[in-house]
Write a protein that binds this ligand. Structure first.
Ligand SMILES: [Zn+2]
Length: 145
């Protein structure tokens, strides 16, 4: 990797953290670079990000990765998408958009938002308002005929 590329990734990571009001500590910056350093949106689990930063030689615990991802969500830098009630994915794209969940691979990817049309939602119960609508479309391979 070239020095120039490293500088750019660091700038991107620092800018991103600053936007969320977070101090760019060494660990946060390592995670930020792995997440948005190439300028692309990304869906990660704590485990997949943990493996990615470890392979880059950053020593950080899985618990720290998980807690930092939570902090990124609290700062509005990421959103958490829960699948199956227990599996958390973290998305660098923070506006509402639909997802495909690939059951065979356990992968979460963006689904084309322009093809989604939610005509009506149920009324929220008294005293409640809808905070967010998560659309996760589960995919499985077609049975071969
Ligand atoms: Zn997404």
């Amino acid at each position: 990797m070239t020095r120039a590329m490293n500088a750019t990734e660091t700038d991107l990571g620092t800018g991103w953290l600053t936007r969320g009001g977070l101090r760019p500590t060494r660990q946060r910056l390592a995670l930020a670079k792995a997440l948005i350093g190439d300028g692309r949106d990304r869906h990660v689990t704590a485990e997949s990000l943990f493996e990615a930063v470890q392979s880059q030689g950053t020593s950080v615990s899985l618990a720290t990765v998980y807690n930092t991802l939570k902090a990124f969500c609290d700062a509005g830098l990421m959103q958490e998408v829960t699948v199956d009630g227990s599996k958390s994915y973290f998305d660098t794209k923070t506006h509402d958009h639909p997802h495909f969940f690939w059951e065979d691979d356990g992968e979460l990817t963006d689904a084309p938002a322009d093809q989604l049309d939610i005509a009506e939602l149920p009324d929220a119960p008294d005293g409640m308002e809808i905070a967010k609508v998560d659309v996760v479309i589960r995919l499985r391979r077609k049975a071969t005929a």
